[in-house]
Each structure stands twice: as structure tokens, then as C-alpha cells.
Design a protein. Structure first.
Length: 123
């Protein structure tokens, strides 16, 4: 099981399938396909936004390469992906499908409080 599936499964068990959204591709107003965060948990007016980055250790593992990977993938890319996801979810009213197959329009969420979570993993 890859790390994205593991996090989605954990959230599904902890928060239930009804509140866990892990298939988060959608189309914007220009019909361009976009991705929301890797996993979203929506509980009334609280949204947990997960962005997951997994390091492939088959490549070089020296400390310089590790630092570069962390800076580029975790601190920059993951942070920007969460920021973009929040923009899409809050402003554009994206429809997400939960792990049970039910859809939820994020524009109906009032007083949205978000918690951003970046999961970094090394197999």
C-alpha cells in the first residue's frame, strides 16, 4: 500500500468514509483538470488538508540530496499545493467525492477553518 492510500485508509477508519475525500481531481471553470490535496477530511466547518510526499530512497541518499529534496518537494511544492487546494476548495466550490461515493460541494461549508498537514515519508 502506498503512503497516499495508507493516509486515506487511516482517515477513513478514524473519521469514517463519509468525511474522507481522497479522489480529488476536478475541473475548474475553464474545464482544466486540477488536483486538490491528496486527502481532505471535512468535519462541519473544519477541513483537514493533507499533502503527502514520499521520498524514493533508490536514488542518492546523501545529506545534500536529502536536503534538496526536502526543500523542493516538501517546503515548496507541498506547501504550494495545499495553498492552491485551499483556494480551489473555498472559492470555487469544488465537488469532492467521499470514500462512500457521495459528493460534497465545498462552497456550502461556512466559516471554514482549515488545518494544513504535510506528510513526509521515506520507504
Amino acid at each position: 500500500m502506498d503512503i497516499e492510500s495508507a493516509v486515506a485508509h487511516f482517515n477513513e477508519l478514524y473519521f469514517f468514509k463519509e468525511f474522507t475525500y481522497s479522489k480529488n481531481k476536478f475541473r475548474d471553470k475553464n474545464n482544466q483538470e486540477l488536483d486538490a490535496a491528496d486527502c481532505v477530511v471535512s468535519l462541519d466547518n473544519i477541513m483537514l488538508i493533507f499533502q503527502i510526499k514520499e521520498r524514493n530512497t533508490s536514488s542518492s541518499t546523501n545529506s545534500v540530496d536529502e536536503r534538496k529534496w526536502f526543500e523542493n518537494k516538501v517546503k515548496k511544492l507541498a506547501k504550494n499545493q495545499i495553498k492552491d487546494s485551499l483556494k480551489y476548495l473555498a472559492n470555487q466550490g469544488v465537488e469532492l467525492t467521499n470514500r462512500r461515493g457521495d459528493t460534497f460541494n465545498t462552497s456550502t461549508t461556512s466559516a471554514l477553518q482549515s488545518h494544513r498537514i504535510i506528510v513526509r515519508s521515506q520507504p
